[in-house]
Design a protein around this ligand. Structure first.
Ligand code: VGL
Ligand code: ZN
Length: 199
């Protein structure tokens, strides 16, 4: 059915056990996501794709440790271990992910000075990735999201998808979260407030 798409968020090695920013149980969702991919006619994927020395890396900021924050011109930014560096194994999709059906891969976080959790906007909430226009041009009005991490890239993408007027479902069984300082509960609440269906 045209008009409906699955968006697989950042199912990459660095977010899976053994990776640089491992999400607990991140690899467990791969078979669940693969089943969803089989069920949808249209499949889109995102790929976190940072240059070395990215401003979201703690290592870029003198005296800062991962999971601390820093004030950026666009607001408070959480600092992460170096992860998903362009072209590295850590940035590749999990080897068992059935990504070949994917119609487009949206890469994000490739500008050194700004992070991008959402598949729609960078972290200034103003610079578009182009996904909103892509979906509109293709007549896709309903999206289902899955992937990593629930409380960061999945949640920000889902909330921005609602801002684009899309019908949005997040399949929580096909997501895993980081849960930093209560972010899981906070972002779950924000998704509900935004009108995201949690399935
Ligand atoms: C993500 C933190 C940093 C994510 C990406 O995919 O949720 N989280 N970069
Ligand atoms: Zn990242």
């Amino acid at each position: 059915m045209a008009g409906e798409a699955l968006i697989v968020i950042d199912l990459q090695n660095d977010f899976c056990p053994g990776g640089a920013l491992a999400v607990a149980g991140g690899d467990e969702i791969v078979p669940i996501v693969n089943r969803l991919i089989g069920d949808f006619e249209h499949v889109l994927l995102t790929q976190d794709w940072h240059p070395a020395g990215h401003s979201s890396f703690a290592s870029t900021h003198e005296g800062k440790q991962p999971f601390e924050t820093v004030e950026m011109p666009y607001g408070t930014q959480t600092l992460w271990p170096d992860h998903c560096i362009q072209g590295t194994n850590g940035a590749m999709f999990h080897r068992d992910l059935a990504w070949d059906k994917g119609e487009i891969v949206i890469r994000k976080g490739f500008r050194k000075a700004i992070d991008s959790y959402s598949a729609f906007y960078e972290n200034d909430h103003a610079t578009p990735t182009g996904l909103g226009g892509y979906l509109k041009e293709r007549g896709i009005g309903k999206v289902t999201l899955c992937g990593l991490a629930t409380d960061f890239c999945v949640a920000f993408s889902a909330i921005d998808a609602r801002k684009h007027g899309l019908d949005v479902t997040v399949r929580l069984d096909a997501c895993r979260g980081i849960d930093l300082g209560g972010s899981m509960a906070a972002m779950t609440e924000r998704m509900k407030q935004a009108g995201v269906t949690l399935g």
